[in-house]
Design a protein around this ligand. Structure first.
Ligand SMILES: [Zn+2]
Length: 48
């Protein structure tokens, strides 16, 4: 399990917490649902 940091808002995507591997997220996936703030950062904004 890995963690990825959003370069837009510094939010961290934790694979273990979210239950979905980062590589399994569709390209069209946005982070709106999982962000605490109502941002809609694109999946590609996440970096290891
Ligand atoms: Zn973000």
């Amino acid at each position: 399990m890995a963690r990825y940091r959003c370069t837009v808002c510094n939010w961290v995507y934790d694979e273990e917490q979210e239950g979905i591997p980062f590589n399994s997220l569709p390209d069209s996936y946005t982070l709106k649902k999982t962000h605490y703030q109502k941002l809609a950062c694109p999946r590609k904004a996440l970096f290891f």
